[in-house]
Write a protein that binds this ligand. Structure first.
Ligand code: GLN
Length: 470
């Protein structure tokens, strides 16, 4: 009830698309009943959580913030949603996003942009009034980053204790960093994607947003493991772990990828990054500069692969099976075209067009196959540094702290979205686990996060380091 009242009080953030009030209260009552009767409780019994609106939830509308799926009520729940419920979690509602998770601002869905709760923090308010170049108070509000901005805002504004996001190129880590919360992208194949409406199948993973690293480890323990409904999940059983506060830093080897000194990196973030490296060094860890030489191809490579998979994924939305169908039905072709024109925004349509272009017979080798090869090189860069003894990499999560919406929309969103993912995308292409941890406040009083990237399936080590740092 408290969380639901917080959600209502922060409605202006636009973090939630659907509030599942009735089912949430029922779940909470059932949980209380289990407790009263002394029954065995689930790992998340009674814990209020939120879920990004691109995960299917049985009986609860699932829209992907798109006209295409508006009104769609799935007949089943995503495996991860079911796992949360099976452990007693209370599902408060579905959170806002960029349409079909394409974007890095959470500004591009049909329900409107998400507002960053930090827009209303005292620190930012005082600073922004001092340096105000914008007259109207309310136009100073900040973007959350994206595309899981609704989930990040929901955790950051204390309306829930954990939220699911999705992470294809950074969509969990980017908004987590901008909203001052923890964002975990697990190893590809550790968590089921069944019921997560796909963006890029070969890179998508469900992401976890929480207030602290310990909570992320608990939720990971609930979600991880093989799913017969997702053949890309690994068979090995996952052993949930508890994090220790103690680590022997002298046994730790931290890599600092030199290519991550990217153009556009703010001086504040850079300073924070080196300070963090010093912290590890002073604690006795080895801190070594490493090279991931193919990083510079990462954005272009991601673009080709992402749009190619988008083109094929979005083909399922044809007006026949799911969601929207246009009333223009002169012919099947006309109906298809009109449905897709009415159903998708221009970002989605643009990606479908680019993707189909890269997949044309005459372009397939030059673009798609070439990009697959570059992806392998990017992944091998990581294999090499880990083989040479690096335990985890320490990098920035985003180029800078977040910016006001009015500035965000001035720039070409698509270019912006590409640049914003510069530190996060490579982990998706390599399938590696990565976590962003809120680290400090900027001059403007806004959160800055730093990212750790770990070895595949070494979540325990990654989270242990993150917790020590936190
Ligand atoms: N910003 C990236 C994109 O638009 C990543 C999106 C995501 O991770 N879902 O493709």
């Amino acid at each position: 009830q408290r969380c639901l009242s917080f959600i209502k009080a922060t409605k202006f953030l636009n973090a939630y698309i659907t509030i599942a009030e009735d089912t949430a209260l029922k779940q909470a009552e059932e949980s209380e009943e289990r407790y009263r009767r002394g029954q065995i409780l689930g790992d998340l019994d009674g814990i209020p959580v939120a879920v990004k609106d691109n995960f299917n939830t049985a009986g609860i509308e699932t829209t992907c913030a798109s006209n295409m799926l508006k009104g769609y009520i799935p007949p089943y729940s995503a495996t991860v949603v079911q796992k949360l419920l099976d452990q007693g979690a209370v599902l408060l509602g579905k959170t806002n996003l960029d349409e079909f998770a394409m974007g890095s601002g959470s500004t591009d869905g049909i329900f409107g942009p998400v507002r960053n709760p930090w827009s209303y923090s005292r620190q930012y308010r005082e600073k922004s009034v001092q340096n105000s170049h914008i007259e109207n108070e309310d136009s100073n509000w900040l973007v959350t980053g994206g595309s899981s901005g609704g989930s990040a805002a929901a955790v950051s504004s204390f309306t829930c204790f954990a939220a699911l996001g999705s992470d294809t190129g950074g969509s969990t880590r980017n908004p987590a960093a901008h909203c001052g919360v923890v964002g975990l992208k697990p190893t590809y194949g550790l968590i089921s994607r069944h019921g997560l409406i796909p963006l890029v199948n070969s890179m998508d993973v469900p992401g976890i947003l929480t207030r602290c690293v310990d909570d992320a480890a608990i939720v990971l323990g609930v979600l991880a493991g093989h799913d017969p409904k997702d053949s890309t999940t690994v068979q090995d059983p996952f052993k949930p772990f508890e994090l220790t506060s103690f680590i022997d830093a002298s046994k730790l080897c931290i890599g600092i990828p030199k290519e991550y000194h990217a153009p556009g990196l703010s001086s504040e973030t850079l300073a924070l990054w080196s300070k963090a490296a010093d912290l590890f060094e002073n604690a006795g860890a080895k801190v070594i500069e490493v090279s991931l030489p193919h990083t510079r191809y990462s954005i272009v490579c991601y673009h080709v692969l992402c749009t190619a998979e988008v083109a094929s994924n979005m083909a399922r939305f044809d007006g026949l099976e799911y969601g929207h169908r246009s009333s223009m039905d002169k012919s099947t072709e006309v109906m298809y075209a009109a449905t897709r024109r009415e159903g998708f925004n221009d970002v989605v349509r643009g990606r479908i067009l680019s993707g189909n272009y890269f997949l044309l017979k005459q372009n397939y080798e030059t673009y798609f196959i070439k990009a697959q090869k570059v992806r392998r090189l990017i992944a091998n860069d990581f294999v090499n540094v880990f083989r040479n003894g690096i335990d985890v990499l320490l990098t920035p999560t985003t180029l800078s702290d977040t910016i006001p919406y009015v500035e965000f929309i001035k720039e070409d969103n698509r270019t912006r979205s590409a640049q914003d993912d510069i530190f996060t995308q490579a982990a998706n292409m390599a399938g590696l686990p990565a976590i962003t941890v809120p680290t400090a406040l900027s001059e403007k009083g806004l959160p800055i996060g730093l990212q750790f990237i770990g070895r595949a399936f070494q979540e325990q080590q990654l989270l242990t380091v993150a917790k020590w740092f936190e």
